[in-house]
Design a protein around this ligand. Structure first.
Ligand SMILES: [Zn+2]
Length: 238
């Protein structure tokens, strides 16, 4: 087990930080985790279908009900993890997040790749026009032309945006320190990004549970919010 002090030292020495984050960062802002027992999928018979391209095409009303009731938390605010990651990224780093909640951008992070898109980036599939969340919250039909509105997020059976994938690979390739925070690291191709790192680049993992990652990673196991509070203090104290 690595310590927070080890991580603070590594952060100070590094020039190109890269954070890879997942749901465990936003649970502390009240947004449920995708795969935990109390999470988004817990009581759903076929959650992967509900969030699939096929469901959106065949049953747009079901898709809309599901995302509106279970995924949108417009009142949620960034927490201390988003804020510390934003501060460090704006200094000398880049975040690649699986989260679609927009909280990293809300936290002021200027170096974010939203790998799976953003729930609040909405458009009409008929005319392509951007639509506000306020309009989508009223109805999933576009007022102008009755086209179906959707969020620009990656659904099951949809590919990752090629430009984002390329940018993410280049980002990981240039990193001299990688931190994986709040993710089980089981979603592909996100988890594969790690293989593009340089040979000797240290990788720290901050997560409640062990994750599927190489043995060489340095694990700081525990509550991510507490660990980040300690990290913020450690970085300020010297
Ligand atoms: Zn339209």
């Amino acid at each position: 087990m690595a310590t927070v002090a080890d991580l603070a030292t590594a952060i100070k020495q590094a020039q190109n930080l890269v954070f890879l984050t997942g749901a465990g960062v936003s649970t502390h802002s009240g947004i449920p985790d995708y795969r935990s027992k109390t999470g988004l999928y817990a009581d759903q018979a076929d959650p992967e279908y509900l969030l699939s391209h096929e469901n959106l095409e065949a049953h747009p009303a079901d898709f809309y009900d599901f995302v509106m009731q279970r995924m949108y938390y417009p009142q949620a605010n960034p927490n201390e993890i988003h804020q510390e990651i934003a501060r460090l990224c704006n200094q000398k780093g880049q975040l690649i997040t699986q989260n679609v909640d927009g909280l990293d951008i809300k936290a002021g992070n200027q170096h974010v790749i939203e790998f799976h898109g953003d729930l609040y980036d909405l458009y009409c599939q008929k005319c392509g026009q951007s639509v506000s969340y306020q309009e989508y919250a009223q109805d999933y039909h576009h007022q102008l032309d009755q086209g179906i509105i959707r969020p620009r997020i990656v659904l099951y059976n949809e590919p990752i945006n090629t430009a984002k994938l390329t940018a993410s690979v280049a980002t990981v390739n240039q990193a001299d320190l990688i931190m994986i925070v709040g993710t089980s690291f089981r979603v592909y191709p996100f988890a594969q990004l790690l293989q593009y790192r340089g040979a000797a680049v240290p990788v720290f993992v901050i997560n409640q549970e062990q994750i599927a990652a190489p043995d060489s990673v340095q694990m700081i196991q525990g509550d991510a919010l507490k660990i980040f509070q300690e990290l913020t203090e450690a970085l300020q104290s010297c």
